[in-house]
Every structure is written in structure tokens, then in C-alpha cells.
Design a protein around this ligand. Structure first.
Ligand SMILES: Cc1cc2nc3c(=O)[nH]c(=O)nc-3n(C[C@H](O)[C@H](O)[C@H](O)COP(=O)(O)OP(=O)(O)OC[C@H]3O[C@@H](n4cnc5c(N)ncnc54)[C@H](O)[C@@H]3O)c2cc1C
Length: 364
């Protein structure tokens, strides 16, 4: 579909003070070469289901992966009845898996060494897009995961989970959404081509997608509260090793949702963090769209989130200069700043292609 005339949408206010507490965020995407890990194994008499390595798409894929975890545990229970399960990790993968396991009638205990607000999941921008993740897995399984995730989030709109549908305007095709349009035609609304993007200072053609925005600061506490209300207990615990887990956790069923932690705990050499910086601007309710171009802009109810960098690295040190750079790049795109040079670790810079093989999606 081709759309010709559009009036301009409101221009963001790019005023940004990186010294304000909370204005700069650094997170490490739990990226895994080849594919995220979603399988089971028997370890010293335990049934362990792994659910980690979802890179920049953990929120996006969460409900679908949780449904697969539920399938694996249901099959196990058919021959080995149990009443309890332990979930390691209280990020989005652990919380959604625990939610689905409750439906099997299991008593659940969740172990985590971070407060919810310190997890990578809480730092995520929140767009529903299959980005910065490798998916070399059975295509039927992948389709089922993506479909279940999308429809579950879509069904939760307006129910207090912090989910809404939003247009996303992009000068170039967005890999993380194009992938879904190709794999599952009809799941997302059709993408439109625009003669120009409807913003000040924009004269070039572009694309209009419709996707979901999931606000982690609403979604994750809601999941946690619902779990607690259903009797799930949370245990503050740092595991040093796999042996420590097996010695400490009494449950026979163990769901491993430790994100980057799995690299050391499970000695998984395929795990390689992909760091991202986020600039958190004050909320601007007039902005009801997402925008992706050399970074992204996600207006949420708590902040306007500007992010999109991907660079190899696993430390979470704050980098105010990098956050300011991110803001300046987008401010320049909207004509609010003289053109700025492209930061070297920006998403579209060719140097970033070294992060992974061609299956890595780096557009969102
Ligand atoms: C900057 C940035 C932007 C992002 N934007 C998006 C986006 O827009 N959309 C999207 O879908 N995804 C996005 N992501 C990706 C998303 O945040 C991750 O894929 C997701 O959070 C992974 O969830 P998780 O539960 O596996 O990991 P985490 O949230 O990191 O949770 C891991 C849990 O395991 C626990 N744990 C780990 N090791 C141990 C240990 N040794 N002992 C005890 N507990 C342990 C931790 O305490 C934590 O509770 C973004 C990520 C970043 C960094």
C-alpha cells in the first residue's frame, strides 16, 4: 500500500541532561550465537529446561518461549509427577515461564540475584520486534513462539500490562519486523510505503509499520504482583556455579532463565553480550508513535526512550557521552541540531556487522 499525503506529527523535545539520575541507562542484551537456548536436559536426576539467550528480543519472544517451557514440563510431568518447580531468574523470561507453569498446578519458587528494577528486562526499550537475536532453529517452532508472543501481548492491551499498539516510522525497512511479515504473513498489520515520513525536516520516502510497545516498568511489576498473588515466592540468591544450583535448589524441575548469567553458570561459550545505551528523556504524551533511524525513539508513559546502539561488551557502566550522542543524532534527523557525525558503534555502522553472522538482525 502506498500513502501520499500526511501532515507532520509532533516533533519530540530533545532537551536532555545526562547528569539527571536515571537519564542514562546501560544494558547488556543476552545474545547467543546461532539461536537462543530453549531445550531440556537431565542433570544429576533433575529435569532442567533452559530458556535464555534472547538478545534484543527477550520481551518480544517471552510469552511464546514460556509456552514452550510449559509444553516441556507438561510432558515431563506425564511420566514423573511433581508438585513444585524452581525458576532461576526473575527477568521477563523467568516471570513469564513461572506464570505459565502455575497453570500446570505447580508450586513455584523463583530465585534471583537482582532486584526486578536491576534486571536487563527492566531496562529494555520495549518495542515488539525480533531484533538482535539469532533464530537458527526449527522454523515451525519459531513461528509458534512468535505467534503466541504477539497474540498474547496483543490480547493484553488495555488490561494493565503496559502494552499498546503504535505506528513505527522508519526511513529504511525494519529487519526485526520485516522478518515477522515474511515468516508469518497476516500476523502484523501490513507495512505501508510513504512518499515521505510525516515529520519536520523529513523529505525522503519511508515505511510505516504497526507494532506493539510494551513498557517494562509496567509489564514486569504486574507479572511479579500477579505471581505473588498466586502464591509464588521470590528468593534473593546468587548462584556461583551449576554445582551450587544443584546443591541449593531442592526442586526436581528447574527452569533456567538466567540470561547473561547462563554464560558462566552453564559454561555456555555461545553467549556474548551485546551492550546498548539508552537515553531517558522526560515523558511527552503528545508523541504517540515510534521512530527508528540510526537509533530509535520510543515514547513511553514514563520516558521518551532513545536507544539502539549495539556494541560487544558485558559491563554495565554508564556512558553519559554516548547517551548524549544518541539524542543528538535523532535531534539532527528532526532538524533540531546541525548534522552530527555518525557514532562509530551506532546500529547502522558497518563496523557493527562484525558482531555476528548475517542472521543477526541489527535494525531495531
Ligand atoms: C538497551 C536494551 C534495549 C532492549 N530493547 C528491547 C526491546 O525493545 N524489545 C525486546 O523484546 N527486548 C529488548 N531488549 C532485550 C531484553 O531486555 C532481553 O532480551 C531480556 O531482558 C532477557 O530477559 P532474561 O529474563 O533472559 O534476562 P534478565 O532480565 O537479565 O534476567 C536474568 C535473571 O537471572 C538472574 N541471574 C542471572 N545470573 C544469576 C546468578 N548467577 N544467580 C542468581 N540469579 C541470576 C538475574 O538476577 C535476573 O533475575 C533490550 C535490551 C537492552 C540491553
Amino acid at each position: 500500500m502506498h500513502v501520499r499525503e500526511l501532515t507532520n506529527l509532533p516533533t519530540p523535545d530533545f532537551a536532555f541532561d545526562p547528569s539527571v539520575p536515571g537519564a542514562c541507562v546501560t544494558g547488556v542484551r543476552p545474545y547467543r550465537k546461532g539461536t537462543f537456548r530453549l531445550n531440556s536436559e537431565r542433570v544429576s536426576g533433575r529435569f532442567v529446561v533452559h530458556n535464555y539467550g534472547h538478545g534484543g528480543a527477550g520481551i518480544t519472544l517471552s510469552w511464546g518461549c514460556a509456552a514452550k517451557v510449559q509444553d516441556m514440563v507438561r510432558q515431563f510431568l506425564a511420566t514423573s509427577p511433581q508438585t513444585e518447580a524452581a525458576v532461576l531468574g526473575a527477568g521477563v523470561m523467568g516471570l513469564t515461564a513461572a506464570t505459565m507453569l502455575l497453570d500446570l498446578g505447580l508450586k513455584i519458587r523463583i530465585f534471583s540475584d537482582r532486584k526486578l528494577t536491576d534486571t536487563t528486562s527492566f531496562k529494555a526499550g520495549g518495542q515488539w520486534a525480533v531484533s538482535v537475536v539469532e533464530t537458527a532453529m526449527n522454523q515451525q517452532d519459531l513461528k509458534a513462539i512468535i505467534k503466541t508472543s504477539y497474540t498474547t501481548f496483543k490480547d493484553s492491551i488495555g488490561k494493565g500490562f503496559g502494552v499498546c499498539e503504535r505506528p513505527n516510522y522508519c526511513p529504511k525497512p525494519a529487519d526485526g519486523l520485516e522478518m515477522v511479515l515474511n515468516l508469518l504473513p497476516g500476523l502484523l498489520p501490513a507495512r505501508q510505503r510513504l512518499d515521505r515520513l510525516p515529520f519536520q525536516n523529513h523529505t525522503q520516502p519511508g515505511f510505516l509499520y504497526r507494532t506493539l510497545l510494551i513498557e517494562p516498568p509496567i509489564f514486569l511489576p504486574r507479572l511479579k504482583n500477579d505471581l505473588e498473588a498466586r502464591g509464588v515466592t521470590f528468593v534473593d540468591k546468587r548462584f556461583a556455579s551449576k554445582a551450587d544450583i544443584l546443591a541449593t535448589v531442592p526442586q526436581k524441575i528447574i527452569i533456567n532463565c538466567t540470561g547473561m548469567g547462563a554464560k558462566k553458570l552453564w559454561n555456555d561459550t555461545e553467549m556474548a553480550g551485546v551492550r546498548g545505551y539508552l537515553a531517558m528523556l522526560p515523558a511527552q504524551p503528545a508523541l504517540q508513535y515510534l521512530y527508528s533511524r540510526n537509533g530509535y525513539l520510543f515514547p513511553r508513559s514514563d520516558h521518551v526512550v532513545i536507544g539502539g546502539t549495539t556494541d560487544p561488551g558485558e559491563d554495565e557502566d554508564l556512558n553519559p557521552a554516548k547517551c548524549k550522542e544518541l539524542v543528538d543524532v535523532l535531534a539532527a534527523a528532526f532538524g533540531r541540531l546541525a548534522q552530527v557525525p555518525m557514532p562509530v558503534d551506532h546500529i547502522d555502522h558497518p563496523r557493527n556487522r562484525r558482531l555476528a553472522d548475517p542472521r543477526l538482525s541489527v535494525s531495531d
